[in-house]
Ligand binder design. Structure first.
Ligand code: NAP
Length: 309
């Protein structure tokens, strides 16, 4: 028996990928989801609470991811645990090469590979990663019970992490390079009501100090250039994300930051390749917008398949 020709191969199983899988299955497309992690869900798995997904207020990111997965299982979505190493766009069909050595043929591809943590890029960060330096408060917060930690960043993730850590830690510093948060107002207000949180504005981290464990961070005031040191037991870095677009680099058009150029139709610069969720150029990266992309990508793919019969 020859290998199947899929209608759509979805790469990634965060909210965008799984939403696309649900829409594809309901549209009776022959779909395969390829995911490199055992547990699918994407970045939300590391999110303590998602409070703005309609209908499910206050749900944990992990539970929301599990609900998406359950929904897919119920519909019989087929997924494969493997890593995509290369893509090739042929005249009609596309080839997806996997680390296991398999090659999959498909009419269309959805890149739903999301984004990853951006590093701060200061001395000590890499050396002390896992030894007090963390990128995931919900994963590692419990190790810092009654200790003093610093959260670096001023976006939603940094403020959410600080709120979460304040419940566990003795003291939480939030270090932000400007004097205004980028995070949603509701989060900033919630943070300002916490007694054991101190926000240090206009501060740049210049180094993370410690031998086997984090001991302190060195700061520089962005305005006065004054330097200071704060003793801390842990550092949670939340300075944004970078797109996981390496597999399509040189194939589809990327913007200067590496996001796949695609609008709401999710069409990329290459016919038959679509991009959904955080990996594409967009104004707002949320679970709800990623899930919406999954639906839009499948709508575009249905049109594409009809036009290319
Ligand atoms: P973000 O919104 O891009 O914020 C990154 C923060 O890190 C900014 O405050 C930025 O400072 C700071 N930063 C960047 N590079 C830095 C550096 N080298 N040194 C010091 N600070 C640096 O990223 P995010 O908080 O990770 O959020 C990512 C996306 O997910 C956002 O679109 C966010 O809205 C979304 N999100 C949504 C939810 C939700 O729906 N509940 C929850 C979490 C996140 P500046 O402000 O000065 O640029």
């Amino acid at each position: 028996m020859s290998d199947p020709l899929y209608d759509v191969v979805i790469i990634g199983s965060g909210p965008a990928g799984l939403s696309a899988a649900i829409y594809a299955t309901r549209a009776e497309l022959n779909v395969l989801v390829v995911e490199k992690e055992v547990m699918s869900g994407g970045q939300i798995l590391n999110t303590y609470e998602v409070d703005n997904y309609p209908g499910l207020p206050g749900i944990s990111g992990y539970d929301l991811g599990a609900k998406f997965k359950e929904h897919c299982d119920k519909l019989g979505v087929v997924s494969m645990e493997d890593e995509v190493t290369k893509l090739e766009s042929k005249e009609q069909n596309k080839l997806v090469y996997l680390a296991s050595g398999k090659t999959i043929s498909t009419k269309t591809i959805i890149i739903a590979t999301g984004a990853r943590n951006r590093m701060l890029g200061v001395p000590g960060e890499e050396e002390l990663s896992g030894m007090g330096v963390s990128y995931c408060a919900t994963c590692d917060g419990a190790f810092f019970k009654n200790k003093v930690v610093a959260v670096i960043g001023g976006g939603d993730v940094a403020v959410e992490d600080a709120i979460f850590l304040a419940r566990i830690c003795k003291k939480v510093y939030v270090i932000h390079r400007r004097e205004e948060f980028r995070a949603a107002k509701t989060l900033s207000t919630c943070l300002s009501n916490l007694d054991n949180v101190e926000v240090l504005w206009n501060q740049k981290v210049t180094s993370i100090e410690g031998e086997d464990m984090v001991r302190a961070i060195l700061l520089q005031d962005t305005k006065t250039k004054e330097e200071s040191q704060i003793p801390v037991d842990g550092v949670f870095i939340a300075v944004g994300t970078l797109p996981n677009s390496a597999i399509v680099s040189g194939i589809v058009e990327l913007d200067p930051s590496g996001y796949i150029v695609a609008d709401e139709t999710c069409k990329t610069s290459v016919r038959g390749i679509f991009a959904a969720g955080d990996v594409r150029t967009k104004q707002l990266r949320q679970v709800v917008t990623a899930a919406a992309d999954g639906a839009n990508a499948i709508s575009s793919i249905e049109d594409y398949i009809i036009q290319n019969k």
